[in-house]
Design a protein. Sequence first.
Length: 117
Amino acid sequence: MDDKERLQVLIERARLAVDSSRHLTTLATGVIALLGTLLAGLPRPLKGKALLAGALTCMVICVCFSLIHMFTFATDGPILGPTAAKIIKGTLSMTLGVFMAGVFLLGFFALVNLVGR
């Protein structure tokens, strides 16, 4: 693989990483907004409030990690020193992990409230 092809692969990987982070941010903020809208309509008393609080916390943390990822990429991406590369890889991994944890907690919250009725 010559230098031009290698550069093209790096550009595509960077584009995929930023797009992934952007989509996770959109999904997490959508979950937060949807929960804020639908929470008032749920029958009381709610069971598993800790699961709901954990899911919301995970979504907020997901947005924070995603913003750090995109900001680091935007400011240090063209240079991409070793520290910036570690931050970019770590924050993207954490964004995905925290988002998945939030989705699982939200699913458990829904099961507890649907099955328990």
